[in-house]
Write a protein that binds this ligand. Structure first.
Ligand SMILES: C[S@@+](CC[C@H](N)C(=O)[O-])C[C@H]1O[C@@H](n2cnc3c(N)ncnc32)[C@H](O)[C@@H]1O
Length: 224
């Protein structure tokens, strides 16, 4: 597959420079993002369908959500549904929906997980629909970040729990990134979540329990 677009975009910025973000998620940009992830869906190495449930990114979700029996959960920007798969397998009576801009990614989401093709900035659900909402490495692609966070909070029930796992802006430049991608300051997302939620906090996470986090990944937690 071709990564030329992403490589070109990254090359235009010197490493460590703050990203020059597009101002809005225009229809043209959302098509560009969708097409890029449709293409990326063929790259199983970088966009895998499964995840080792011992990885901390999974464990923090399972621990924070707790017992999900008869609960509804939304995976925002679910990709191939690797997290939704583990949540469903760990909680046989949970109803998990996966939402993504890319139909090709959604085609890989396992049976038993609901599939919704939509933008995370315009979630096609009524307010207070879900007991749990999470987004793993997808908010970084939302472009309209405030709107995406507000939407996640809107569809969460009062008392529901929300987790965002994404990359720390202080580590910007570690990877090639497309022109629309951005990473987050710890307080920046905490403040956005505090608009609609309480008990907001964040912590650094690594992949493995016995490895000290290197600061690249943060998990933000909130309760509505
Ligand atoms: C890096 S992948 C992460 C996928 C999944 N969360 C995981 O961790 O395996 C980012 C995902 O976000 C999706 N995405 C990007 N922009 C989106 C948007 N505006 N609305 C919904 N999904 C979006 C992409 O199609 C892609 O599947």
């Amino acid at each position: 597959m071709s990564w030329r677009f992403w490589e070109r975009s990254r090359a235009e910025k010197p490493a460590g420079a703050p990203p020059a973000l597009p101002a809005a998620l225009t229809p043209q940009l959302s098509r560009e993002i969708r097409d890029s992830f449709n293409e990326a869906s063929h790259d199983e190495e970088h966009f895998p369908s499964t995840i080792d449930p011992r990885i901390q990114h999974v464990q923090v979700l399972l621990k924070f959500f707790g017992d999900l029996t008869d609960k509804r959960v939304l995976d925002v920007g679910c990709g191939k549904g690797r997290f939704a798969r583990v949540l469903s397998e760990s909680n046989p009576r949970v109803a998990v929906s996966g939402l993504d801009i890319s139909e090709a990614m959604l085609a890989c989401v396992p049976a038993g997980v609901g599939k919704v093709a939509a933008l995370m900035t315009d979630l096609p659900f009524a307010a207070s629909t879900f007991d749990g909402v999470y987004a793993t490495e997808s908010l970084e692609h939302a472009v309209e970040i405030e709107r995406a966070v507000a939407e996640m909070c809107r569809v969460l029930k009062p008392g529901g729990r929300l987790v965002i796992i994404d990359k720390n802006a202080e580590h910007w430049g570690r990877f090639k990134t497309p022109a629309w991608e951005r990473w987050f300051e710890r307080r920046e997302l905490e403040k956005l979540l505090e608009r609609d939620c309480r008990k907001v906090h964040s912590e650094f996470i690594s992949y493995w329990e016995d490895v000290t986090p290197d600061g690249l990944f943060l998990a933000w937690f909130a309760e509505k």
